[in-house]
Design a protein around this ligand. Structure first.
Ligand code: TXA
Ligand code: MG
Length: 319
């Protein structure tokens, strides 16, 4: 029997009973549990096979809830929350002691956001606690943007995926931490840097593992298909060089035709970065099911969401 359902009251009941439910957000599906339940939070780590040092994002119903879980709110954090919530920005702030250490990997900060999905906002409004929710994929694998993706990963491990359709943004939230009151991007994501800078001015990006020890999830290899994947700006040459292999192509809008190509996905024929982002993970899921020897992915323009997509594709291609 399918675990996919739109029954909110069932989701409420499961979560109240310390069980996990996969939930839709505007970015990707999350694997959610009660932040105050040790049983539920441990189950999140176990189900994902995620190491305990990698902390979880806390999902709250609205901006007013922030005071309950964080100690101080820098001025620029307030501006960002007011500008983008509900929406794909996660703020890393000094935590109050009410937040269990298990959520934060022992750190004194907590990552928090208000997700922008009507079903999940409805759900959060019906619960007495926030939801811890990492992306609903096994550790390092491709994030899910459809209920079916979650089902294929976890049908034997969880009881329910709350079906909210395909995620609109399609890549994870942008994560922002604060050093001396100044915002710093720890993870590129669904809110483009340009939009953030319009609110708080020039912002530094520290999303490499070496320079951002404060964002323990920023592993070099992540979001990865099982099939070997390469990223290039020179599609034609890459196809030429690998003609002996069964090739799959992931392009921005290129209409390259070649007999060596067995399967091809064009992210946005009209060159729209929002459209490309929303289709990215589903494309990788599809390509990974074609029994290919090699996925050749095209590098996108290096601005706006193109930067975030290139970041994910780079991590998907690390071996
Ligand atoms: O869009 C999203 O953010 C999705 C949806 C479900 O909300 N969630 C998501 O969660 O991407 P996850 O667990 O896959 O990624 C959370 C990232 C990890 O890289 C983690 O290291 C970082 O957030 N993080 C969590 N708490 C942190 C903290 N206190 N300091 C620094 N980084 C933190
Ligand atoms: Mg993730």
């Amino acid at each position: 029997m399918s675990i996919i359902s739109t029954d909110i009251s069932k989701a409420v009941e499961l979560l109240n009973n310390e069980e996990l439910v996969a939930i839709p957000t505007e970015t990707v599906y999350g694997l959610a549990g009660n932040i105050f339940s040790e049983k539920a939070v441990k189950a999140i780590f176990e189900t994902k096979e995620r190491p305990f040092f990698n902390p979880l994002i806390v999902h709250i119903p609205n901006i007013n809830y922030l005071d309950t879980i964080v100690e101080t709110i820098p001025e620029k954090a307030k501006l960002l929350a007011e500008a983008f919530w509900p929406g794909p920005i996660t703020l890393v702030l000094k935590k109050k002691s009410i937040i269990p250490d298990l959520i934060t990997g022992g750190k004194d900060t907590v990552a928090v956001r208000v997700p922008n999905h009507p079903l999940t906002l409805d759900l959060l409004g019906k619960l007495d606690f926030p939801l811890a929710a990492p992306s609903a994929n096994p550790f390092n694998r491709i994030s899910p943007t459809k209920a079916e993706h979650v089902e294929s990963y976890f049908k034997d491990k969880i009881k329910m995926v709350l079906d909210g359709g395909a995620c609109k943004s399609g890549i994870e939230s942008t994560i922002i931490g604060f050093e001396n009151g100044e915002p710093i991007i720890y993870r590129l994501g669904s809110t483009p840097i340009e939009a953030i800078e319009a609110v708080v001015g020039t912002i530094e990006v520290k999303n490499k593992k070496e320079v951002a020890p404060d964002a323990p999830g920023m592993l070099e290899r992540h979001y990865a298909p099982k099939t070997k994947t390469i990223l290039t700006s020179h599609l034609k040459e890459a196809v030429e060089a690998n003609k002996n292999l069964r090739i799959g192509l992931l392009t921005y809008n290129d209409i390259l035709n070649d007999d060596a190509i067995h399967f091809k996905i064009v992210l946005s024929e009209g060159k729209n970065l929002e459209e490309a982002a929303s289709k990215l993970y589903d494309a990788l899921h599809q390509l990974d099911q074609q029994d290919l020897d090699l996925i050749i992915a095209e590098r996108l323009p290096d601005y706006g969401l193109g930067k975030s997509i290139n970041d994910r594709l780079t991590r998907a291609t690390k071996s």
